[in-house]
Design a protein around this ligand. Structure first.
Ligand SMILES: Cc1cc2nc3c(=O)[nH]c(=O)nc-3n(C[C@H](O)[C@H](O)[C@H](O)COP(=O)(O)OP(=O)(O)OC[C@H]3O[C@@H](n4cnc5c(N)ncnc54)[C@H](O)[C@@H]3O)c2cc1C
Length: 490
């Protein structure tokens, strides 16, 4: 194919790549963008996800800046009742299709190569290879290569399990479960969920809501997890006072604790963080968001295996490193061990480098807001030293004892952003930002609820030395685990 040119070559049409392009087009009226993605449709890993997956945080803060996702209302039924809706897979994919075909392509400034590999080269010249055609095209990038793949999302349908599967063992992924009705003569006597992360939780809730008696469900949870209580991350003016309440509690708990685990236990006592089993101290924290209703459902599963990771599954048996557990012969094992994103495992690099942008978290774990902010910085600032100073990458940490590193990094990043007038103005109009637009709206109304938080800035400043002490300790643990090649699995 004939060589071509573009200003920005964006690798990945997932949520992150699209959030970047959407803001870049609005902020820079002249640029041309080429997007390359292996999938047949925009939306990245959502194309591969199980049909019953939903966002775990409200739709209102997800997607791209210029297009709302979902309706501005509160759910009245189900375990998310009283809170803002969570888009499901079909809605998310339809949304990203609309972003691509309703905004990006009609702009006339975007070329989209689907079913194609992006082959980054050195310097300005890169290649695109069509997966089905095998044809390669050279592309010269006038400004930057934008890496929208840094989160390395891994889901059950595309990853390879790390345990052995003996012949005859029944292994499924969550996406297989809605088709069980087609196998009604061979339904399993027992279901065993493998993994302790959010996918496993979704699967547990789905099985119970689908009518499987909880006593027929077993759950291998190598590590239990702390999760954010969704009540405290609600969007807009309805939610902001709770968000600020949580922010205050987080800062005070960090400054007053000797370890991340102690900090999380305090936040758990306050109801800000939730865990499934109140008797078990979690050793995982992957930024998942959950409702009290889901927790209540999951607590109905009593058979929890905590012997570590399964090494082998077989008909009538599962093996751990040091133990074998007998199970009914036709047990259905459900693989929920994919890592989602590499918590604790990705090395941070500057967002802005010569000829390259790497989309990471500017505030963890707000991946789409961070991508939009990167585009804003690219279009509105002139040199990379300034851009990088305004946008230090923040880490995705793995466990309670490393999470204070993310808390510290987020507070420092928020302080930097708030100190810059252009970023503050962007945040106030950015629907992906959890706090700024709502605070601006309440301030404009002179809302009396804000008075209770007049001292929040002072509370943060006073507690910051304690947050830094705990954060630096957590950072050391995080970096030691990374250096030891510790693999963060569920
Ligand atoms: C089940 C699940 C639920 C989640 N829920 C939430 C949530 O509620 N809120 C939230 O903020 N986050 C959530 N996340 C985190 C999620 O990772 C991000 O929201 C986001 O979707 C990640 O988008 P991405 O663009 O970084 O990655 P991806 O969606 O993986 O997109 C990257 C794209 O890059 C393509 N690609 C990779 N390499 C190449 C190459 N060399 N050439 C061409 N294309 C390439 C891939 O095909 C892929 O389409 C969830 C994650 C999972 C797994």
């Amino acid at each position: 194919m004939a060589p071509s040119e573009t200003d920005y070559l964006v690798m990945g049409a997932g949520a992150v790549g699209l959030a970047f392009v959407d803001t870049l087009l609005d902020e820079d009226p002249d640029c041309h963008v080429t997007i390359v993605d292996r999938h047949a449709a925009p939306g990245g890993h959502w194309n591969d996800a199980y049909s019953f997956v939903r966002l775990h945080q409200p739709s209102a803060n997800y997607g791209v800046v210029s297009m709302e996702l979902g309706e501005d209302r509160v759910d009245t039924a189900g375990h998310n009742a009283g809170m803002h809706p969570l888009a499901g897979r079909a809605e998310i994919l339809a949304y990203f299709d609309k972003v691509m075909h309703g905004k990006l392509l009609p702009s006339g400034r975007v070329a989209y190569h689907r079913l194609a590999d992006c082959l980054p080269g050195k310097g300005r010249v890169h290649h695109i290879r069509g997966i089905l055609s095998g044809e390669e095209q050279e592309i010269t990038v006038r400004r930057r290569l934008v890496d929208g793949t840094a989160f390395q999302t891994s889901v059950p349908s595309t990853h390879t399990p790390a345990f052995a599967v003996e012949e005859g063992a029944r292994l499924a992924i969550p996406g297989d479960l809605p088709r069980l009705w087609q196998h009604r003569t061979a339904l399993p006597d027992r279901y065993v969920i493998l993994g302790g992360g959010k996918t496993a939780m979704d699967t547990a809730v789905w099985l119970i809501e689908a009518g499987v008696p909880p006593e027929r469900i077993g759950w291998v949870r190598p590590r239990d997890s702390w999760m954010f209580n969704r009540r405290y991350v609600q969007p807009g003016v309805d939610g902001i006072l709770d968000v600020l309440t949580f922010q205050r509690a987080l800062v005070e708990a960090a400054a007053g604790s000797q370890s991340g685990s102690e900090m999380m236990a305090k936040l758990g006592e306050g109801g800000f963080m939730l865990r499934i089993d109140p008797e078990v101290m979690p050793r995982m924290m992957h930024f998942a968001v959950i409702s009290e209703g889901e927790i209540a459902l999951m607590r109905r599963i009593a058979q929890v295996y905590r012997q570590g990771r399964v090494t082998r599954i077989a008909p009538g048996r599962m093996d751990f490193a040091e133990e074998s557990v007998a199970l009914p012969e036709n047990t259905l094992f459900i693989d929920c061990t994919a890592t989602a994103v590499p918590f604790g495992g990705a090395r941070l690099r500057p967002f802005f480098e010569e000829g390259r942008i790497t989309l990471q978290c500017a505030t963890s774990p707000l991946v789409v807001y961070s991508a939009a902010l990167a585009a804003f910085l690219e279009a509105n600032f002139n040199d990379d030293a300034e851009r990088n100073a305004l946008c230090p990458p923040t880490p995705l940490t793995d466990c309670p004892d490393t999470y204070p590193y993310a808390v510290m990094a987020n507070l420092m990043a928020n302080g930097i952003h708030a100190g810059n007038a252009k970023i503050s103005a962007f945040n106030r109009r950015c629907r992906l930002h959890l706090g700024a637009p709502a605070i601006a709206a309440l301030t404009a109304q002179g809302h009396p609820g804000l008075a209770a938080f007049a001292d929040l800035g002072e509370v943060i400043r006073t507690n910051m030395p304690g947050v830094m002490r705990l954060g630096m300790q957590a950072r050391e643990i995080h970096e030691r685990s990374f250096a030891n090649g510790h693999e963060m699995q569920r």
